[in-house]
Design a binder for this molecule. Structure first.
Ligand code: ATP
Length: 196
């Protein structure tokens, strides 16, 4: 069974993925795949080369690789540019996810993917879990783990599809607004249903 795990930024996807992993699920992390893709050296017409040709050499660091912070500063200010970046990276990320799924032997595989709804990739999963967290919790958790100003944190949250919209596609919704123990209880309940 292939399960999609999604939600907004800092909603608790990684936290919940660890809980499912502890119960025996195999986790595929779309962000890790995306980061490896962007960190790869520029060569021929690979994805990093296409990104640089679209955004210009200013996004490169001294070692000639893409500086993710510079790229993030550009795309989170401009929705159209964020969409362009996603259209360059998503097909390759989805290809990689499908390849990893094909090689799995675990009975439950969870794809931790923040943009599964936006990328129109719901069809690759059997069930979708959406992690729900209030905007105030997202802001607080985002700021607690980074140096983002409140305004910048809001900008990043608002650049994404609202969690309420994602919930419309969900088979399961996990409310991650309270103590982690409360979240774990919901995870265990869903796990039981998935394993029946
Ligand atoms: P990203 O979108 O950046 O990948 P994410 O959705 O994976 O983030 P996490 O990294 O799991 O979110 O959580 C964001 C932060 O909030 C982490 O520091 C995590 O420890 C904390 N956190 C998650 N859930 C809770 C909770 N229920 N109570 C308190 N803190 C939490």
């Amino acid at each position: 069974m292939i399960i999609g795990l999604t939600g907004g930024i800092a909603s608790g996807k990684d936290t919940v993925a660890v809980m499912f992993n502890d119960l025996g699920a195999k986790i595929i992390d779309a962000d890790k795949i995306g980061n490896a893709l962007i960190n790869a050296g520029i060569s021929g017409d690979n994805v990093p080369a296409k990104i640089v040709s679209f955004f210009g050499n200013d996004i490169l660091n001294n070692s000639g690789r893409i500086d993710k912070k510079r790229l993030a500063d550009i795309v989170f200010k401009d929705r159209k540019k964020l969409e362009s970046l996603n259209s360059l990276t998503h097909p390759e990320i989805i290809k990689n996810i499908k390849k990893q799924i094909a090689s799995q032997i675990a009975s439950v595989v969870i794809i931790n993917a923040p943009l599964i709804v936006e990328a129109d990739a719901i069809s690759i999963v059997d069930k979708l879990i959406v992690i729900s967290a209030s905007m105030e919790n997202q802001i607080a958790r985002l700021r607690a783990r980074s140096s983002l100003a409140r305004e910048e944190a809001c900008k990043r949250i608002n650049a994404q599809m609202p969690i309420k919209e994602k919930e419309k596609f969900a088979d399961f919704i996990i409310d991650n607004n309270n103590e982690l123990e409360e979240t774990k209880k919901q995870v265990k309940k869903i796990w039981k249903e998935l394993c029946i």
